[in-house]
Every structure is written in structure tokens, then in C-alpha cells.
Design a protein around this ligand. Structure first.
Ligand code: URA
Length: 203
């Protein structure tokens, strides 16, 4: 199957997904948006009210701020792929739970495998936890890290800076650093994930 057909069929699967209870309350599932040849993939947390209404990621207040940040860094939103850890809106925008994240994991894995982004930008802790489960955004934001051949760039979620205006300069600075990463002026740290419990028990 070619990549266009593969992503269309994946989007159709996501739109008709019933793997977790969130499907019952959704207006639209929100698979993601952007070109297949995107170099950057932004991964947010979950659709909010407006995203659920429209079926498009980051179109509400956090999306408007994300657009401003992209503009300030000279990054064209039409050239990046934007998606979320979970594809349906949790009631009242509560945090996604483990079951919901688990139900959507395969969709996100397949999106990453199809798009093969050069850089994955994680927005907020739920998104970052996929690659760095034991980290804190406050410690690693703005620091590019390479895991195997994949470069990750953890950031605060734009909504965090909307709720806590003192974070705004930090988020703006991280977008400048993202630009530097894309231009090769900032190099990622090599990151070795800590050993798993299974690996530790071999010693
Ligand atoms: N917040 C997210 O994490 N994702 C969206 O799509 C919108 C707001």
C-alpha cells in the first residue's frame, strides 16, 4: 500500500475507533493533520472542545498560540504534521488515562512510522512520557535528544503558558531553539534510556 493510502486508511480506522470509552462522547475523532513528508511532528495531548467539534488538531486557544509560536520561529504550519497522544476528547478536557493512552498507542506508532519525521516535538508531559517516561518537562524542555535515530524535542504544552503567563518567554525561547535545531546550529544529546526492570534483573 502506498503511504497516502496507508495514512487515509489509518485516519478512517481512527475515525471509527471504539477501543476505549471516549468514542461514545466524541463529535469527531481527531487523527491529525499535515503532509506525509513533514520533517517535524508535533504531538500534543488530546483534542479539546474546538478540536472535537472540527476534527482538526490545535484549532482552539492553544492552537492559536501554537500558530503564533510557529510564525515567530519561521515554521510553516502547513509543512508540519500535528497530532495528539489520544485522538478523542476526554470529558471536561481532563488528563488522558492509561487505558486511553494504551488504546491510541498503536495509532501514534503507525503515524510516526509512516511520516518518519526528522524531529518529534512533544508538547506537554503526556506526549513526552512516550519517549521519556521518568522525565519532567521543567527539566528537559528545549533540549533536543536523540534516542536511536529519532530526535525528540520536548516542550511545555502551549496551554501551560496560557494558564501560567510567566512560562511564556520560556516557551518562546524553546521555539527559537527548535529553529536552531532545524538549521543544524543546535545538536541533540545522545540519550540512552535507563535500563528496564527486566534488564536490571539480568545482573
Ligand atoms: N491541546 C492538545 O493537546 N491538542 C489539541 O489538539 C488541542 C489542544
Amino acid at each position: 500500500m502506498d503511504r497516502t493510502k496507508a495514512i487515509e486508511s489509518l485516519n478512517a480506522e481512527i475515525k471509527s475507533c471504539t477501543l476505549c470509552p471516549l468514542h461514545a462522547g466524541r463529535t469527531h475523532a481527531v487523527p491529525g493533520a499535515g503532509p506525509l513528508d513533514a520533517d517535524i511532528m508535533f504531538i500534543g495531548e488530546a483534542p479539546g472542545f474546538h478540536e472535537d467539534q472540527q476534527g482538526i488538531p490545535f484549532v482552539g486557544a492553544a492552537g492559536k498560540f501554537l500558530n503564533e509560536l510557529l510564525d515567530s520561529a519561521g515554521i510553516d504550519r502547513n509543512k508540519v504534521f500535528i497530532t495528539n497522544v489520544i485522538k478523542c476528547r476526554p470529558p471536561g478536557n481532563r488528563d488522558p488515562d492509561t487505558q486511553e493512552v494504551g488504546a491510541c498507542k498503536d495509532y501514534l506508532d503507525r503515524q510516526i512510522a509512516l511520516i518518519k519525521p526528522k524531529v518529534i516535538v512533544t508538547l506537554g508531559r503526556h506526549s513526552m512520557a512516550r519517549a521519556f517516561p521518568d522525565e519532567k518537562v521543567s527539566r528537559v524542555h528545549g533540549i533536543p535528544r536523540k534516542v536511536g535515530s529519532q530526535v525528540y524535542f520536548p516542550m511545555y504544552h502551549p496551554a501551560a503558558a496560557l494558564h501560567q503567563p510567566s512560562l511564556r518567554p520560556t516557551v518562546e525561547e524553546d521555539f527559537r531553539r527548535l529553529r536552531q535545531l532545524l538549521e543544524g546550529e543546535l545538536l541533540p544529546d545522545e540519550y540512552t534510556p535507563p535500563p528496564t526492570v527486566e534488564q536490571l534483573s539480568l545482573f
